[in-house]
Design a protein around this ligand. Sequence first.
Ligand SMILES: Cc1cc2nc3c(=O)[nH]c(=O)nc-3n(C[C@H](O)[C@H](O)[C@H](O)COP(=O)(O)O)c2cc1C
Length: 195
Amino acid sequence: MSKQLWKPGTMVYPVPAVMVSCGTMEKSNIITIAWTGTVCSTPAMTYISVRKERYSYDLIKESGTFVINLTTERLARATDFCGVKSGRDFDKFHHLGLTKLSGSFTDVPMIAESPVNIECKVTQILELGSHDMFLAEVLGITIEDDYIDSTGKFRLDLARPIAYAHGAYYTLGDALGTFGHSVMKKKTAARRKNK
Ligand SMILES: Cc1cc2nc3c(=O)[nH]c(=O)nc-3n(C[C@H](O)[C@H](O)[C@H](O)COP(=O)(O)O)c2cc1C
């Protein structure tokens, strides 16, 4: 097997590309963020890493709040746009025709067109280098009814979520198995499949 040794760089892909809304209903913005993820289950905690020079940086730092809005195939263009244009120059919500939805826990507008809105409160800011990491606690999650099936199961797959890898956006492929399928008894797997 032949391999190459590369110098350190950003190589953990694919990752989500989320639209982070920030500010207030009156003065809002959206920034696309790929450096994000879950860091703790209980309490539910997440992070976003943001360069100081982003217009969104001060909005998030001042309020200590932001909303992670998950992205979908339908939002792919808007996701890219919010990642190449600055809110310093114009109102991204207005320009993209996106709808502001009031949150339950913060004054930050959520993006109605996103299937999942995650309201977050910053607990720590870590200065790491190129980016500052906003470590945050999840305050609440708003989910669109269309993606909860009749059994109450959350079906994000129906929203056609997107991922980001090495400069491009992708939809997800086929499901390969559920959590624990590698050790599941054949009978159980067959029963679940037929449900
Ligand atoms: C797919 C994608 C992912 C990005 N991820 C990040 C990120 O994690 N952190 C960051 O500071 N900027 C990231 N950016 C760049 C910002 O989204 C971009 O500079 C944006 O225009 C800043 O908006 P603002 O000036 O309105 O805050 C990303 C851009 C794209 C297209």
